[in-house]
Design a protein around this ligand. Structure first.
Ligand code: ACO
Length: 193
């Protein structure tokens, strides 16, 4: 997704992690802070809307405002060289912990706060080129988590295909909520959940 401004100062890394502290804005001088903040809002809101549309959701689940009031982390992948070197946003991946009741294979309920995949979107022009895998792998490394230990908020058919292809995740443990967990979710979990 391209924008009318240069994304590269705003998103300094190939994958920039944004949370409620918006630390990527802190380097900007007072005089230009507001315009950069507004640009970042455009980036997050427009990607959030596109993701919502791609999943046929009634509302976007990712927005600047929502991020501001959460402890979620948004991973943003860019192509620094696209759009005449102004950069383009390729995809987003939103992660966060949720308090959930999760059923195990025996139907026993566990109250826990697992790390969840909350929103995942690669721009239509870039899908099926490996960008989702790049974003997901980076997240796994940063969060120090195994794919099988994640809970997934309503995975779409494309995301289900992605998890099966790249991580062999296909067999779910039936749950009473919208989150999907796979066989192995309860095995060798770290203390932090
Ligand atoms: N149809 C079926 N499977 C697909 C499709 C598709 N159109 N697109 C990607 N996949 C799956 C397949 O397994 C594919 O492998 P294949 O091409 O060999 O069949 C694999 O993903 C490709 O891997 P990547 O190229 O690394 O993935 P991509 O960059 O396409 O990103 C993503 C995957 C994020 C799911 C992307 O397809 C997308 O944005 N889809 C639309 C939005 C969406 O459904 N997001 C997930 C919502 S659920 C949630 O966020 C918790």
């Amino acid at each position: 997704m391209e924008f009318a401004f240069n994304l590269n100062p705003l998103l300094p890394d190939e994958i920039t992690i944004i949370d409620s502290s918006f630390s990527n804005l802190q380097k900007f001088q007072r005089s230009s802070y507001d315009s950069h903040r507004s640009n970042l809002m455009q980036v997050i809101d427009n990607m959030g809307i596109a993701s919502g549309k791609a999943q046929a959701l009634p509302n976007a689940i990712t927005s600047f405002k929502r991020l501001q009031y959460s402890d979620h982390r948004l991973y943003v992948l860019k192509d620094a060289f696209a759009n005449n070197m102004q950069g383009a946003v390729v995809g987003i991946l939103k992660m966060g912990r949720k308090k959930l009741f999760v059923y195990d294979m025996l139907g026993k309920q566990h109250e826990m706060e697992p790390l969840c995949v909350l929103d995942f979107y690669v721009h239509e022009s870039r899908q099926r080129h490996g960008y989702g895998k790049v974003l997901f792998e980076y997240m796994l490394q940063q969060e120090q988590v195994e794919p099988v230990h994640l809970a997934i908020d309503r995975p779409s058919p494309k995301f289900a295909g992605f998890l099966k292809k790249h991580y062999g995740l296909k067999d779910c443990i039936p749950q009473m909520n919208n989150f999907v967990v796979f066989h192995g979710f309860f095995r060798d979990r770290p203390e932090s959940g």
